[in-house]
Design a protein around this ligand. Structure first.
Ligand code: URA
Length: 252
């Protein structure tokens, strides 16, 4: 845990605020409202201090607190947002972060196009982010694709599964990893990739003569949007979610 320095005691309001649960003043209210418990006992004093060793079973509203300076969120990226933290001209995903997280050096892992919607992982864990964007990482990412043109067929299913080669004007041929294509309806399919080349889905479909008109990322590994999650909303990953991502990328 990065929050504590050499096991010196730290105030619980600081633990919560530094772990992304709210501003210092919001967090102080949680204590006054009796929402914070340590080992089952309600703690009303925001200044109550503990060492890292004493910090066991800290809960907010009964939910275990992830006390870490590393934060992990699953954002439902809306249409019309750049995958960037700041931009002078266009809306970007950084604009969707609550104010108390703006100073936490959080950034997106990988990139979705301006009009692509769906699962976007945000974190300030640089090491994990680096591993997850490495070309060596083979985690499955599912995309729901809406396209124009003739319906895709078994021919494209076989082509994508064999690992197609992108042949584009003014570019060297690029061999892709096998991808899984599920035909859902005449103009919709699900494409599962294990790599993340720039505009990969659009380029694969374009090579078969079909422009993509809408693209939505449904998952990264086991990470999915919540059923009631709306575009622009994000949730903090649970420690199980984080462990799974770390395990998936641990042998890179
Ligand atoms: N492939 C694309 O073409 N665009 C995205 O945003 C993601 C994958």
């Amino acid at each position: 845990m990065w929050l504590f320095c050499y096991n010196t005691p730290m105030r619980l309001d600081k633990v919560l605020a530094n772990s992304g649960y709210g501003t210092r003043s919001e967090v102080k209210d949680y204590f006054r409202q009796g929402r914070v418990c340590l080992q089952g006992a309600i703690i009303r004093d925001p200044g109550f201090s503990v060492t890292e060793e004493q910090l066991q079973d800290l809960t907010l509203d009964g939910v275990p607190v992830l006390a870490s300076e590393h934060l992990y969120f699953c954002l439902y990226k809306p249409d019309g947002y750049l995958t960037a933290m700041t931009d002078d001209r266009l809306p970007c995903v950084g604009d969707l972060l609550p104010t108390n997280l703006k100073t936490k050096k959080i950034s997106p892992v990988g990139r979705l196009d301006y009009h692509t919607t769906g699962v976007l992982l945000l974190t300030n864990d640089g090491e994990l982010s680096h591993r997850l964007t490495s070309p060596k990482w083979h985690c499955e990412k599912e995309y729901l694709v809406t396209y124009e043109g003739d319906p895709l067929t078994e021919k494209e299913t076989v082509l994508f599964a064999s690992g197609m080669t992108l042949r584009e004007k003014d570019h060297a041929p690029e061999k892709l990893k096998p991808a899984k294509l599920e035909l859902l309806s005449d103009h919709q399919c699900r494409l599962t990739l294990t790599e993340g080349k720039t505009h990969q889905v659009k380029r694969m479909l374009a090579q078969t003569g079909r422009p993509v008109i809408a693209l939505h990322r449904e998952s990264i590994g086991s990470l999915r949007l919540r059923e009631d999650q709306k575009p622009g909303e994000m949730y903090a990953l649970s420690s199980d979610d984080i462990d799974e991502l770390k395990d998936l990328s641990s042998d890179l």
